[in-house]
Design a protein around this ligand. Structure first.
Ligand SMILES: Cc1cc2nc3c(=O)[nH]c(=O)nc-3n(C[C@H](O)[C@H](O)[C@H](O)COP(=O)(O)OP(=O)(O)OC[C@H]3O[C@@H](n4cnc5c(N)ncnc54)[C@H](O)[C@@H]3O)c2cc1C
Length: 380
C-alpha cells in the first residue's frame, strides 16, 4: 500500500496554504481533494483578507506580492441600509489596504500555481480514516484505493471525514439560512442595483433578516438573502423553479423598499440555498498522535466575523511553520500548532456568534452600523 509521510485531506484555502508553506521549507506533502480537477467548480465570492491572519499567512507562504497584484480596487467600500433603503452608514474605500478584497478563485489559483506539479491529487475523496497505532493512519478513498500516512491533516471543511478521529462533535444549524443569487453585468443590465450596492460590501437589514451583498471583480453583484428560519424551511422551496423560489423569498420581504426587493426579482440564473452551520465555540480535542485539523474542519463558524477563510490560511501557515520548526518531532510540532489554533479559533468563533446576533438584531441595522463606527474609531 502507498505510504505518504504527510497527507492533507482537502485542497481548500487552508490545505493549500499548508502545502505551500511546507514546500517553501523543502518539505513534501500530498494534498487529496474530492474535486475532479482544479477548475471543476467556480470559486466565486469576494474575501476580505485581514492583516493578522490571512495577510500574515500569505507572507509566510511568500505569496504576499502575488496577492497584492490581484486585490480588487475599491472593494473596501461599505454601505449599511435599513429596510426602507435609508443609508445608516457609508464608508468609501479609503485605499488604506487594511482589509483588501480578493476573488476567492484568484486566491486559490495563486496558491495552486505555487505548488509543484502533482502536489494535489484530484478526484480523491476520502471516505474513511482509521488509526493504525504509533501515530500512523490509513485513509480509504472513494475509488477503493487506500494509503497510509505518518501525519494526517484534516483540511476537508465543514463535514470533515478526518474530524471523527479527534472529536465526536458535528456542526449544528445556527438558525440562519442563506439563499445566494447573482445579478450579472450589473452596470449595464442592473444599473439601479449596482448603484444601490456600491463598490464593496453591502448590508440591508431589519426584522431579523436582510440582504448581504458585494460587487465582484467581473462586474456582477453577489447577494446573500439571509433569514432566521427553521432548518426545514429551505426544503419547502423548489429551487429548480427560479420563479417560484423568488416568490417564496419575496414573501419574507413584504413592505421592504422596492429597490431591495428588486435584488431578488431581477436575479439572473439559479438561486442557491445554503444552511449556515457552526461547531461549538470552544471546539477542541485532546492531542492525538499523528493527526490534526485546520480551517473549517477544526472550527466551522458562521460567516459573520468574515474570518473563516482568513483563519484557514493562518492555520495552514502556522501548522507548516511548526512542522518545519520541529524536524523529526511531529508531536512537538502538533502541540505547538494546537496551542496557537485553539485560543485563536475560540475567540473568533465567539465574535462570529456575536456578529450573527448583531446582524439579526430586532433593531438592526443600528447595532451593525455602531460596530463599524467603533472599528473606525479604534486606533490602528
Ligand atoms: C456564505 C459564506 C460566506 C463566507 N464569507 C467569508 C468571508 O467573507 N471571509 C472569510 O474569511 N470567510 C468566509 N466564509 C468562510 C470560508 O468560506 C471558509 O471558512 C473557508 O473556505 C474554509 O477553508 P477550508 O480550507 O478550511 O475549507 P474549504 O474551503 O471548505 O475546503 C475544503 C476542501 O476539502 C475538500 N474536501 C471535502 N471533503 C473531502 C473529502 N472527504 N475528501 C477529499 N477532499 C474533501 C473540498 O473539495 C474542498 O476543496 C464564508 C462562508 C460561507 C458559507
Amino acid at each position: 500500500m502507498e505510504h505518504r509521510p504527510i497527507a492533507v485531506i482537502g485542497g481548500g484555502l487552508g490545505g493549500l496554504a499548508l502545502a505551500r508553506v511546507l514546500h517553501v521549507h523543502g518539505i513534501d506533502a500530498r494534498v487529496f481533494d474530492l474535486e475532479p480537477s482544479a477548475s471543476a467548480r467556480t470559486q466565486g465570492g469576494m474575501l476580505d483578507i485581514h492583516e493578522e491572519t490571512g495577510q500574515a499567512a500569505l507572507r509566510e507562504a511568500r505569496l504576499y506580492e502575488g496577492f497584492r497584484a490581484k486585490v480588487h480596487p475599491g472593494g473596501q467600500a461599505l454601505r449599511v441600509l435599513d429596510r426602507y433603503a435609508h443609508v445608516v452608514r457609508e464608508e468609501p474605500d479609503d485605499g488604506d489596504g487594511g482589509r483588501p478584497e480578493i476573488d476567492r478563485g484568484d486566491l486559490r489559483d495563486l496558491l495552486l500555481s505555487s505548488l509543484p506539479e502533482g502536489a494535489v491529487r484530484w478526484n480523491a475523496k476520502a471516505v474513511s480514516c482509521r488509526a493504525l497505532g504509533d501515530g500512523r493512519h490509513e485513509v480509504v478513498l472513494a475509488d477503493g484505493t487506500a494509503f497510509t500516512t505518518g501525519l494526517l491533516i484534516g483540511a476537508d471543511g465543514a463535514w470533515s471525514r478526518v474530524r471523527p478521529l479527534l472529536s465526536a462533535r458535528t456542526p449544528d444549524y445556527t438558525g440562519v439560512s442563506f439563499v445566494e443569487l447573482d445579478l450579472h453585468d450589473a452596470d449595464a443590465r442592473h444599473p439601479d442595483s449596482a448603484r444601490l450596492i456600491g463598490g464593496g460590501m453591502f448590508f440591508a437589514l431589519g426584522e431579523e433578516k436582510g440582504f448581504l451583498a458585494h460587487r465582484e471583480t467581473d462586474g456582477s453583484l453577489h447577494v446573500y438573502v439571509a433569514l432566521r428560519t427553521p432548518e426545514a424551511w429551505l426544503g419547502t422551496v423548489d429551487f429548480t423553479d427560479a420563479g417560484a423560489a423568488k416568490a417564496a423569498l419575496l414573501r419574507h420581504f413584504d413592505g421592504w423598499d422596492p429597490a431591495l426587493r428588486r435584488l431578488v426579482a431581477d436575479a439572473d440564473g439559479p438561486l442557491v440555498p445554503r444552511r449556515i452551520h457552526a461547531l461549538p465555540v470552544q471546539h477542541r480535542w485532546p492531542r492525538t498522535p499523528g493527526v490534526t485539523l485546520l480551517g473549517d474542519a477544526a472550527h466551522l463558524m458562521s460567516p459573520f466575523a468574515g474570518e473563516g477563510a482568513n483563519l484557514a490560511l493562518a492555520d495552514g501557515a502556522d501548522l507548516g511553520r511548526c512542522l518545519a520548526g520541529h524536524p523529526g518531532d511531529t508531536e512537538a510540532a502538533l502541540t505547538a500548532y494546537e496551542q496557537i489554533l485553539f485560543p485563536r479559533s475560540e475567540e473568533t468563533a465567539r465574535q462570529s456568534a456575536e456578529g450573527l446576533e448583531t446582524i439579526f438584531a430586532p433593531d438592526a441595522p443600528q447595532p451593525l452600523a455602531d460596530m463599524f463606527a467603533r472599528f473606525d474609531a479604534a486606533p490602528r
